[in-house]
Design a protein around this ligand. Structure first.
Ligand SMILES: NC(=O)c1ccc[n+]([C@@H]2O[C@H](COP(=O)([O-])OP(=O)(O)OC[C@H]3O[C@@H](n4cnc5c(N)ncnc54)[C@H](OP(=O)(O)O)[C@@H]3O)[C@@H](O)[C@H]2O)c1
Length: 257
């Protein structure tokens, strides 16, 4: 199936590890020109080199998407390098959970800045270019807790629920412009954040993944490339009648659709 991504310009945030990196590799493999970002310079350079080694056109922008000025610079550099933006994947994020009374205002604000305001700002910045190019695709990466918030899962589940609502409303607002907006809800997927947790706890990452997989109906955690395949479809020409949708990528873990 030809995804129709050749020459499209795609911004993928948080793309030096996990789902973001897998998505960047996938889109580049489909012929897209990719702009990736992360805070850490070294990994950014490594992943850009990896992308270019495949023959893809790629640039890396060191940016903290929780900062408004960095969001502006990210989109400006994409436009300057490749002439516009067709695809935006708001992927950067990490788990931030605790007992409600222990979560400070600062933690709430930082989580909302990273998971909600980054998507709000980057969409606002990219939409004019997408509109001028006759349409576009936005995928906002959230988690399954957005639809079924459990105890001790704030602020993440609240930030993610807000992201779901924003995406749904935006899909209706942008449909006349041919800009399609969808979300994916991630369950448990192998990624940098879990590797880092295993290292912090001094446990073997494979043992941690095996343990996590026991809670998943399919009996294992997912791979980043499995999430990337779904995202690649959603940003493709083949998903031309899909907007305002939210797809669980969770091996059946969520109790709701
Ligand atoms: N993996 C899962 O099981 C899981 C579950 C539910 C939801 N999700 C969601 O899926 C998305 C991808 O997660 P992942 O697990 O694949 O991530 P990951 O492997 O931990 O990688 C996170 C990426 O985001 C970048 N990043 C983090 N904060 C950033 C910031 N403020 N600005 C720019 N880049 C930033 C990191 O690079 P730097 O640190 O260098 O910035 C890294 O490239 C996230 O939104 C996450 O919340 C994942």
């Amino acid at each position: 199936m030809d995804l129709g991504l050749t020459g499209k310009v795609a911004i993928i945030t948080g793309a030096t590890q996990g789902i973001g990196q897998a998505t960047a590799m996938k889109l580049a493999g489909e012929g897209a020109r990719v702009v990736i970002c992360a805070r850490g310079r070294e990994r950014l350079d490594d992943v850009v080199a990896k992308l270019r080694a495949t023959g893809a056109e790629a640039i890396g922008v060191q940016a903290d998407v929780g900062q408004a000025a960095d969001c502006e610079r990210l989109v400006a550099e994409a436009v300057s390098a490749f002439g516009g933006v067709d695809i935006l994947v708001n992927n950067a994020g990490t788990a931030q959970v605790g007992a409600f009374e222990s979560v400070t205002d600062e933690t709430w604000q930082a989580d909302l800045d990273l998971k909600l305001f980054a998507a709000v700002r980057l969409c606002r910045l990219a939409i004019p270019s997408m509109r001028a190019r006759g349409g576009g695709r936005i995928v906002n990466v959230t988690n399954i807790g957005a639809k079924q918030p459990a105890a001790r899962t704030m602020p993440t589940t609240v930030s993610r629920a807000a992201g779901q609502a924003m995406s749904k409303a935006l899909s209706k607002e942008l449909a006349p412009d041919g800009i399609l907006v969808n979300t994916v809800c991630i369950g448990l997927v192998r990624a940098g954040q879990h590797d880092a947790r295993a290292a912090r706890q001094g446990v073997d990452a494979e043992a941690l993944y095996e343990d996590m997989g026991r809670t998943v109906p399919l009996g294992r955690v997912g791979r980043a490339d499995e999430a990337a395949d779904v995202i690649a479809f959603l940003v493709s020409e083949r998903a031309s009648f899909v907007t305002g949708s939210s797809i669980n990528i969770d091996g059946g873990a969520s109790a709701v659709f």
